[in-house]
Design a protein around this ligand. Sequence first.
Ligand code: AQP
Length: 333
Amino acid sequence: MKRIFSGVQPTGNLHLGNYLGAIRNFARLQDDYECIYCVVDMHAITVWQDPAALKANTREVTATFLAAGVDPAKHIIFNQSQVPAHAELAWIFNCVARLGWLNRMTQFKEKAGKHRENASAGLYVYPVLMAADILLYKATHVPVGEDQKQHLELTRDVAQKFNNDFGREVFPIVEPLIFGEATRVMSLRDGSKKMSKSDPSDYSRITMTDGPDEIAQKIRKAKTDPLPLPETVEGFDGRPEAANLITIYAALADITPEAVLGEYGGQQFSDFKKALTDMAVEKLGPVGQEMQRLMADPAHVDGILKDGAERAEALARPILAEIYDVVGFLNVR
Ligand code: AQP
């Protein structure tokens, strides 16, 4: 069976973009793939994390995977730090990846911003650790949002270079799985910016733990333009906020944006926002409630992570042993 690997950082404020772009797809793929879903806590510390919050957020992301419907008995859910082979392989890949490749990564440029000299070395090699996460399991497919496309290209480059350098087909060339209507959900405050956990404005995103009142308030305050809703998707041109809200509705309702416009095209935003609020509360409410229920039982969540880490470790160890051998590390133990 084809194997999937994907991860989510436990950096708090898990939002609608993370859910529609990635986590909901995780559950939808589980009948056709062997899935490994990881809470990437080692990626999270590439920027400062409060230690207590990191632990709580690790449980929250795990709860979201479960609440979204991932079956931990059939598939693996674990947190990255518990399988040290990720860090071990990342070191080897640090010696395969080229500085020129990393210098092109737009996420580093965005996150480091003007303070590049002050960014952690970990943030710079973030995509190398991501390549290690995926290739440690020889995963063939990676479901992600559109923003991760460039990092996946780098994973493919690392795999290709490693295979070429050592003259062996050790790693598969992974395929991104970017699907659904909402592969890039935009900020509710600015349709040109990605919805993101680190946006200082809470009104820029709907988080997975928002209740009906918060969802309603955020949608009510969402930026729009003065025109009525467009009649067709061609009308999205130059209207990023309209495009975003309609796309979110389409993704939540599992219909196309054309179908949404068939019903709401030409209407006022105020009416559409009410419909969007109802749809969001209907679809996200049960997930949020299940998350709260799971987070109230940390021992249960930790047990799932422990079991997942043991199973992930069992898959990873023989693959890492093969890689060590190919690289030429002398095995004396
Ligand atoms: N706005 C988005 N729309 C669709 N998908 C998204 N993803 C993130 N934002 C959107 C997808 O969610 C998965 C997990 O993301 P992550 O936690 O590993 O990191 P991220 O992309 O850095 O998330 P954020 O929310 O944007 O956080 P910050 O603010 O820290 O940059 C990935 O599959 C991602 O594509």
